[in-house]
Ligand binder design. Structure first.
Ligand code: SF4
Ligand code: SF4
Length: 304
């Protein structure tokens, strides 16, 4: 699976870019999903979009914290945000910048494809919307699909929103960017001020607090998150159990368990039977049929 994180600004077509790319991947006969994450909902505010591509069906729906590729549509975003954060070893960047790769300083030194997408957008589109040009640089840099497929993706997604004439101009911007992309390695060592983490990363989720807990007047916890005060222990003679051989670590069960009992320990997904109430929801939702309900004879044995 290839995971791509797009960095841009509200109102500059970041989400449209990720959708057009995903559609192009689909036209190339592969699987793709894409979704946005908005911060402050206003024009100009930093936004993120994510795309996953694979040769098989994709179940993973979490945000991408450790991308294979980061795409930055706006030169100035790199001044504010550590776009290389979490990038995998050997991961690549695709940057809109008037500078050469070795003139760009990020938190890490990474291999990049760089294009002056703003200049191209001004010339071809008479605007500063850099999404289509950046897509041209993206497929040149990571070579996952052909330009023909990207063209189809842009014509479909941009065409639906902007009309055929403007969609064709965006194809032209992408084509010029594809040809003008240059390659190299950025400088590393740039320090960014620590950002507030609004959403917890997966391994920060403790048992029973996947969603916030709420209190009633009596002080009792109710609703999602209340499991922390509701140990099931030996109350139930059946518990859900994960077959680690089958588990693909998609995390779908984690987000469906109403008790918040499924968690990650190191590299494996585990169920804390202290809280599992054997409702069976995780069994229904697991795409790999990796979870089954087992009879518990000796409660000292059950941990996953
Ligand atoms: S047990 Fe199933 S749903 Fe849970 S992470 Fe593994 S494959 Fe995904
Ligand atoms: S059976 Fe229900 S409570 Fe137990 S782990 Fe699965 S979803 Fe959670």
């Amino acid at each position: 699976m290839l995971e791509i994180r797009f960095h841009g600004r509200g109102g500059t077509g970041t989400v449209l870019a990720s959708r057009a790319y995903a559609k192009a991947v689909f036209y190339a006969g592969r699987h793709a999903i894409t979704f946005p994450s908005f911060g402050p909902e206003r024009r100009g505010a930093p936004v993120l979009a994510f795309a996953r591509i694979d040769n098989k069906k994709i179940y993973k729906r979490t945000q991408i914290y450790e991308p294979d590729v980061v795409v930055c549509l706006d030169d100035a975003i790199m001044e504010l945000i550590d776009i290389a954060q979490g990038i995998k070893k050997g991961g690549k960047g695709v940057l809109n910048s008037p500078n050469k790769p070795d003139e760009i300083k990020l938190s890490k030194s990474i291999e990049v494809g760089v294009v002056d997408a703003t200049k191209i957008a001004k010339e071809v589109l008479e605007s500063t919307i850099t999404n289509s040009a950046t897509l041209g640089a993206l497929i040149r840099t990571i070579d996952t699909i052909s330009f023909k497929h990207l063209e189809k993706g842009i014509l479909s997604v941009f065409g639906e929103k902007l009309g055929e004439k403007l969609a064709k101009k965006n194809v032209e911007a992408a084509r010029i960017a594809f040809e003008e992309t240059i390659f190299g390695t950025t400088l590393g060592g740039r320090n960014y001020s620590q950002e507030k983490c609004w959403l917890p990363t997966f391994d920060e989720l403790p048992i029973g607090t996947i969603l916030s807990k709420s209190e009633v007047n009596s002080g009792q916890l109710i609703g999602p998150g209340s499991a922390i005060t509701r140990k099931t222990g030996t109350w139930n003679h059946k518990k859900a159990k994960i077959d680690q051989e089958k588990c693909n670590k998609c995390l779908i069960c984690v987000f469906h368990c109403p008790e918040g009992t499924i968690h990650r320990e190191g590299d494996i997904i585990k169920i804390d039977h202290t809280y599992c109430k054997a409702c069976g929801i995780c069994i229904e939702e697991c795409p790999e049929n990796a979870i089954s309900m087992v009879e518990i004879k000796d409660f000292s044995e059950i941990t996953s």
